[in-house]
Design a protein around this ligand. Sequence first.
Ligand SMILES: [Zn+2]
Ligand SMILES: [Zn+2]
Length: 126
Amino acid sequence: MEIKGSCVCGAVQFTIVGRPSAMGTCHCSRCRKLGTSTIVFIKRDQFRLLRGENEIRTLAPTERYAYTRSFCGQCGTSLGEPLSPEGSFPINAQCLDDDPGVRNEMHEFLDDSPPWAASVHFEKVK
Ligand SMILES: [Zn+2]
Ligand SMILES: [Zn+2]
């Protein structure tokens, strides 16, 4: 199983080999503003960056529990942490072009989600 992923402009492209270990959504304002709320966790040896390493820009963590986040330097797509040195790291689920095979099992900081969030995330448009 190979899951393709990319930014909007296509400068950054990658594949994930095999199924991610988990999917989760963080509802804190930092993750929402960064556009990296819903992520999949993958192991380092599952990740293949096909192109765009020099395009990736990073935002360093600013406080405890605030992780490094990366973006395409051309189109601004939030990528997660593809350059992380850790053995396991998050990738923005919105960047995936294929079904990763996992479903969302974790919701963090739900109390921080705005009053309109449920209407966007949890209800189908009628
Ligand atoms: Zn891009
Ligand atoms: Zn968060």
